[in-house]
Design a protein around this ligand. Sequence first.
Ligand SMILES: Nc1ncnc2c1ncn2[C@@H]1O[C@H](COP(=O)(O)OP(=O)(O)OP(=O)(O)O)[C@@H](O)[C@H]1O
Ligand SMILES: [Mg+2]
Length: 423
Amino acid sequence: MQIVFGIDFGTTNSALSVYKDGSVQVIAVDDAAGSGELMRSVLYFSEEQEIFTGNEAIRHYVGDEAAGRFMQSIKTFLPNTSFDSTEVFGRRYTIDDLVAIILRKLKARGEAHVGCSVESVVLGRPVLFSTDAAKDAVAQQRLERAARKAGFKNIWFQFEPVAAALAFEETLQPGQERIVFIGDFGGGTSDFSVIRVKGGDFGRSDRRSDVLSMGGVYVAGDKFDSQIMWDKVAHHFGRHARYKSMGKEEWASLPRSIIYTLCQWHRIPLLRARKIREQIRVIKATTDNRQALERLENIISDNYGFFLFQAIEKAKCELSQAEQSRITFTERDLCISEELGREEFETINSQNFSQISDCIDEVVTRSGIPAAQMDTVFLTGGTSRIPLIQSLFATRFGRDKLENRDAFTSVVHGLGSSVPLFV
Ligand SMILES: Nc1ncnc2c1ncn2[C@@H]1O[C@H](COP(=O)(O)OP(=O)(O)OP(=O)(O)O)[C@@H](O)[C@H]1O
Ligand SMILES: [Mg+2]
C-alpha cells in the first residue's frame, strides 16, 4: 500500500493531503483555532535558537516581544537569485533550509496521522515563479532541494491551478465533461488555467493535453495589503514628511525607496541597514514631521510591521463582506484608525486589478475558446473572496457560471488527486 502526501506550500498558508488506497484526505496540520487544516507559512527563531512554525511561531513571536527573528512570505524569495541565504543568530540558512523547516513540520504531522514514514510527495507550484525562465527554474530547484532536506525521496510537481481543477473534477458526475477556467488567487500569486475536466476520470494517466492554457501574475493578497499601507497608513510613518537636506533651502521628500520598502512588510527588516538608519536620523533633524520620523524609527527597530499588516489584512478581508471597514492599530504613542471603504479599496488598487484582468483575458485568448463557450469558472484561494475579483469573472463569463468553494483546500486536495498521474 503506497501513501503519498500532497503539499501546498503557499505564500500565506500551507496545507497537506494524504493519498492512500485511491482516496484523498486533507488533514489537520496546525493546532490553530478552527479546523487546523492550514498552517501559516511562517517561521520564528527564538534567541535560544529554537525554531517554530505556524501558529506556534506567531505565539512565540508575540510572547517574546519580537526579540527573535520572524519570517513570512518565504515562498516569494524562491525565484530571487540575489537572495541565497540569511544569517540568524550566527547560523546561516539558505532559502531551501528555511522552506525545509516548514515542509519537515508538515511531513511530521502527516506521518503522525498515518502512523508510518512517507517519502513521496506531490508539491504544488505556481504557473510562474518568475517570468524569467532561469529564475523560475531556480525556484523549483530550491523547492525540490527543500523537500529532499525534509526527507522526501520521490518528489513530483503539479501546477497549483491544475490541482484545483482536479479537485473540481471530483465533484462532477461520471462522464460529465466541462471546459473550466480556474482562478487561484492566493497571497503571492494569482494563477490561471483553462482545462478540460471529466467526471469519473480520476487518475487518468496524462492530463497535459487537457490543459488548454495557463498564466499568472504576482498580484494577489500581499499586493493589496501593500497598496492599503501605501495609501492609508504610510503617512503615519512620514510618507508626506519633508526635510531640508544639508545646506539647501528647499524642502525635499523622504526617499521613495524607504516608504516603498515599508509597504512590503517582510522587507521592513532591510531598513535596519546602518546607512538607511543614518539617513533617517539626518532627515529627522530638519523634518517638518518629527513624530512621523520617530515612528518610522520605531517600526524598524521594534519590528511591529507584522502586526500592523495583520490589522490591514483584517480590514481588507472585512471588505469582502461589508461596504466599510476600519484599520485600527495601536503601539506606543501611535494610534491608527483609518476608515476604508470598498470603493476606495478598489480605486487605490485599480492598477493591480487591471493587471489581473489583462492576464485573465490573455489566458482565455490563448486557450482558443471564447469565454462564452466555457462551462464553468472555478475560483479558489483566499483572495478570490474579494467581490471585485468575482465581478471580473461575472462580466466576462456570466455570474451563473461562477463556482466558489473550498477557498483554502482545493489546491492541496487536488495535489493528492494528482498522485496517480505520477506514481
Ligand atoms: N475574506 C477575504 N477577503 C479577501 N482576502 C482574503 C480573505 N481571506 C483571505 N484573504 C487573503 O487570501 C490570501 C491567502 O490566501 P491563500 O491561503 O489561498 O494563499 P496562499 O496559497 O498561501 O498563497 P499563494 O497561492 O499565492 O502561494 C491572503 O492574502 C489573505 O489576506
Ligand atoms: Mg495557494
